[in-house]
Design a protein. Structure first.
Length: 146
């Protein structure tokens, strides 16, 4: 009877991955679960049609899991975050503060190519990527704030 219980227990343990001949063998590589991941740094500048910097523009990126950032007084921004590795990203620019920055600017998205600047660890980490995305925004003639 004891032999039958041992055999049934061993069979059940093998079903859930605890077989001594496979899972406990020296040199076995552990499984990793998750998604491929890369770190991104996207920089750029937002200007109006005359080349003047626009502060306060909200900047987002479709490749990153982070909060939006806003352009500085010189129109520059820097997004840092992580996401799924890709060769191109979409960066979106939106005037969310109204006329506070000199007018109401039309929203715009631009595509930017990424460049790998650091290798990953060879597993799920695909390394560090950089991109530059500049945007020239025009005044939105279709909307006004009252």
């Amino acid at each position: 009877m004891k032999d039958l219980i041992v055999r049934i227990s061993a069979w059940l343990l093998c079903l859930i991955g605890f077989g001594s001949s496979v899972a406990c063998s020296p040199g076995m590589v552990a499984d990793e679960y998750g998604s491929p991941y890369a770190s991104f740094e996207v920089k750029g500048k937002v200007t109006d049609q005359q080349g003047n910097p626009i502060p306060g523009i909200q900047v987002t990126c479709d490749a990153m899991y982070i909060q939006p950032v806003y352009t500085e007084s010189d129109g520059s921004y820097a997004l840092n975050g992580g996401g799924f590795p890709r060769e191109k990203i979409q960066v979106s620019f939106e005037d969310v503060d109204g006329e506070e920055n000199g007018g109401l600017f039309a929203a715009r998205s631009v595509s930017a190519e990424t460049h790998q600047v650091q290798d990953g660890d060879g597993n799920w980490d695909f390394g560090v990527y950089e991109a530059e995305a500049n945007a020239e925004l025009s005044l939105d003639q279709t909307q006004s704030f009252e």
